[in-house]
Each structure stands twice: as C-alpha cells, then as structure tokens.
Design a protein around this ligand. Structure first.
Ligand code: SF4
Length: 501
C-alpha cells in the first residue's frame, strides 16, 4: 500500500514560490511502516494517475480555489482502485460535495496532524470511515514537516508555522472560523528545530506561514485591563510573552536568514514588537490593508485598520523599523467608487509599500460574506452551465465569472479592468525601479525588479485576466522568470549549523 499526497493545481510553473507545508507535515505523520510517501505538488508538475496502483491511498488537500482540480484527481485515483481521502479547508466545509464530486472514500475535517495514522490504518483494513474529525490540534502537538522529502532547487521559500488561529473576525475570511479565534502557539523549540534543518539544506528565505503572527494587540491588552478581567489579561500577556520568546530565539539564527510573515496593521503601533521582529530577521510581512476608506473597512469588519493619511503613516512605520510590507487590498466592496482604484494606488505608493496585491472581493465559503451572499438569492440562484453560482468553484475555470458580488454602481467587468489597471500601475517598470531603492547594490536592485515581475505574472495576470492568450503568456513568463529567481533565493547549505544553545 503506497501513500500518495497530492496538492492540486490547474497551473504548473515547474518552480514554486513557497513549499505547500501540509504535504510535508502529512508525510511526517505517515507511519514508517507504509514506506516513503510519494508527494506531488502540481504547482511544479502534473499528477500522473498511472503512478497509482489498486490498494494505494491517495490523500488530496484542497481549498476552494483548487477543489475542482482536486476532484478530478480523486476520480482518477479511485478509478485505479486506490482509496481516496480528502482534507483541507474546503473538504472540512463541504464533505458531501467531496464524496460526490471527488469520489472520496473518506474526508478529514480540521487538522490532519494527529488523525492521519488512524485514517491510513482503516484504509489498510479496507474500511475507512466516511468522516474523521481532526479538530483543532493543540500548538504543542503540531507535527514538524519532513523536509528531507523536499525536491532540491524547486522552491524559493520554505514554510514553517508558528501559530494557528486568529482572534479577529474579518467578513471575507474563513480562517477565524476554521482555525478558531484562540491562537495556538507552537513551542519555540519545535519551530527553531525545523528552521535549523531548513538552513542546513540551503534555505535562507523562510515564510512563517501563520494566520496572524501578531495575535495580541495593544488594544486587546488595554481592553482586558479596562474590563478588569485579570484572567484574560494574564492569558494575553502570556501569549505575547511567547511571541517575544520565539523572536528572541529567531534572532540567534545566522544573520543572513530572512523571514516573512502575515500580521495585522495594529503591529505598527507596537514599536517594541516591530523592533523584536527586525532583530529576529523578520524582514517582510503581508499586511491586510483591504480598503483605504473608513466605509470600506467597516464593510469588511476591519475597523481596527486606519484609512486615508493615517493609513499611509501607519504602513510607513513598518518600513521605518525595517519590516517591508506586502500590502493586500480588496476591490469591489459595495462602498468602492471608480475613484477608489486610483486612490488606493496612490496610498500604496505614498505608504512606501514594497509589494502589493490587489484582489477582487470573492465570496469564499466559510465566510460571513459568503453566507450573506448565498442567502440573498433565496430560491432563484443563477447558474452557469447548470452550476449554481453559489457553487462557483465547480464552474470550469474558463467559464467561471471573475466577479460575483453585486455592486451598486459598477459592472463586474469595470471592477475587473480597473483592478487590472492598478496592478499595471503599481508594477510598471519605472515604479518598480523606484521601489528597488530599498536595496543598495545595482545587482540587488535588478533582482528586485525580477522578483516583482515574477510576482505580478504569477498572481495578477493568471488570476484576473479573462483573456486566455494573456494567461498563457503569463504562465510562460512565470516559468521563465522563476528559474533565475530561485537561484537568487537559494542559500548555501549549512550542514553543521546547530540549534542555538
Ligand atoms: S483576514 Fe487576517 S486578521 Fe482578518 S480574520 Fe483573517 S487572518 Fe484574521
């Protein structure tokens, strides 16, 4: 019985930016007696069904964006006599759909870290259960990844998780509902152990793939103090102290290590935290800005962000403390107007953001926005090729609309083309060259241009464009650009590196 673990993707670039961590975690959770699991990351290359034999187990992890491709793989594997097991956020939300469309024998909901060996044992016995509840595994029990199974020279960044869960409740995000609102911090020693192993293997750039690296804000502490809630205050202080303890250990790793993470904008008003991040070699962070207007922020339940000039100042605080920002903006909010697009591009430039992504509001299952949107149709749900648009991920990509949310004043295509316009403006060669001043040498500046262009090709043109020729050109460009970029990110293996004492 061979174990195959597949990360589905419609697009294969031959090279990928970040390692899909779950593949290597489940590989580690696979008991030795089943032999070495066979890992397939389709962002590198396609899954080949003929590698599967009757009696094998094929584990497929899906989120909404790659569910349709995952179902295709599930059916192919089942047709070859394999036991098919699905997991991931989308499988957790729609277990029945996964069984029906993906020919699943079993579905794992929640975290797979601890329940995976039981799933395999039942498959081996020929009687997998339809559903396994993985639940929310405690931070101390997260399984470390099997980095010895990484194919060499195919990924630019490795990924290590330090915390799961986010205490916020943004309306477009499902993380706080699926991973929970109580942050589950991982033990510092386990995190450092994995990072040291990755550095030994030559990874210098590592993403801290957390839901929210800053789970306790100054406002949370102040509120607990105001409410005179000593238990809550102590919990928050402990969580915060844990983050500082982790960062103190990260700071002891080799000085050329580069970490990147995701945090909320509130961290900008916490200079002590930003200084600790910088000392810990956390040189970049994805910050969900979402909207540059107060009305837009209110619409997505993100009132804790600032708008306008205050927003630009707050974002600059990251850069001033040495943390580069990848700003994430959403277009298509009901409060957006045609001039919001220009205003957003201007704020992004004025705030000194190093990278940016501009996404169109999409109702993803598991979110408040999705529930509201689905309810708004009542019994009259429009369809595309017979598929209700409230199951938009089941519409083949070529036929899938790019924008679903009704907007009071703008047509979907106007929102799409204006979004594309902002990507074009932010990633124009002149603008990228200007931003490349964040590094000093000409060589580093050229590398910055290359990486910016790759980012744009991978994430903008392939996702937003309705033109299939433009999408194919982007994939070709991304394939071509990714090779030199991978070499830029690769570090020298440090086989003798020890865990800091
Ligand atoms: S968008 Fe970010 S801050 Fe908001 S709930 Fe999701 S993970 Fe938390």
């Amino acid at each position: 019985m061979r174990i195959h673990l597949v990360n589905p993707s419609d697009l294969s670039f031959g090279m990928a930016v970040i390692t899909p961590r779950w593949l290597f975690v489940l590989a580690a959770a696979t008991p030795e007696r089943y032999g070495e699991p066979h890992l397939v990351d389709e962002t590198l290359e396609r899954f080949m069904p003929d590698q599967v034999s009757a009696g094998d187990v094929v584990g497929i992890g899906i989120h909404t964006g790659n569910a349709l491709r995952g179902y295709e793989i599930g059916r192919e594997a089942r047709a070859r006599g394999a036991k098919v097991v699905f997991g991931g956020i989308h499988a957790t939300l729609y277990p029945d759909e996964v069984r029906e469309r993906g020919a699943a024998d079993a579905v794992v909901s929640g975290d797979g870290d601890l329940v995976w060996p039981a799933v395999l044992a039942d498959c081996e016995a020929g009687h997998p259960r339809p559903l396994y509840e993985g639940g929310r595994v405690d931070g101390g029990q997260f399984v470390p990844a099997r980095w010895d199974l990484l194919p060499s020279g195919r990924y630019m960044w490795a990924s290590v998780q330090t915390v799961r869960g986010c205490p916020k409740h943004c309306s477009f995000c499902s993380v706080w509902r699926t991973d929970g609102q109580t942050p589950r911090n991982r033990h510092t020693d386990a995190v450092i152990g994995e990072i040291v192993e990755l550095r030994r293997r030559g990874f210098r750039f590592i993403a801290l793939a957390d839901d929210n690296f800053y789970p306790v804000s100054q406002a949370d502490l102040a509120q607990a103090a105001r409410l005179k809630d000593p238990t809550r205050l102590r919990q928050l202080e402990e969580l915060r102290a844990d983050r500082f303890a982790l960062m103190a250990q990260l700071a002891r790793l080799p000085a050329d290590t580069v970490f990147f993470t995701q945090i909320t904008m509130e961290a900008a008003e916490d200079p002590e935290f930003l200084d600790a991040m910088r000392a810990a070699h956390i040189k970049g962070a994805l910050v969900g800005v979402e909207s540059v207007t107060p009305e837009g922020l209110k619409a997505v339940f993100k009132n804790f962000n600032l708008a306008g000039d205050a927003l630009a100042t707050r974002l600059r605080a990251f850069k001033d403390r040495g943390v580069h920002v990848l700003g994430s903006f959403i277009f298509g909010l009901p409060t957006d107007k045609p001039d919001t697009f220009e205003a957003t591009a201007t704020v992004a430039e004025r705030a000194g953001i190093t990278f940016a992504q501009f996404v169109m509001l999409t109702p993803f299952p598991g979110t408040i926005d999705f529930d509201k949107w689905e309810r708004s149709f009542g019994e009259e749900i429009p369809t595309v090729d017979g598929v209700p648009i409230t199951r938009h991920w089941l519409i083949p990509a070529a036929r899938r609309p790019k924008f679903f949310m009704p907007h009071p004043t703008m047509a979907p295509d106007e929102i799409r083309s204006r979004t594309q316009g902002v990507w074009d403006r932010f990633y124009g060669v002149r603008q990228i060259w200007e931003r490349s001043r964040c590094v000093s040498s000409i060589k580093a500046r050229l590398a910055f241009v290359l990486v910016s262009k790759l980012y744009r090709q991978m994430y903008a043109n392939t996702g937003i464009s309705t033109d299939s020729a433009r999408r194919s050109t982007s994939v070709r460009w991304a394939r071509w650009l990714s090779k030199p970029c991978q070499r830029l990110f690769a570090g020298k293996p440090m086989p003798d590196l020890q865990v800091p004492g």
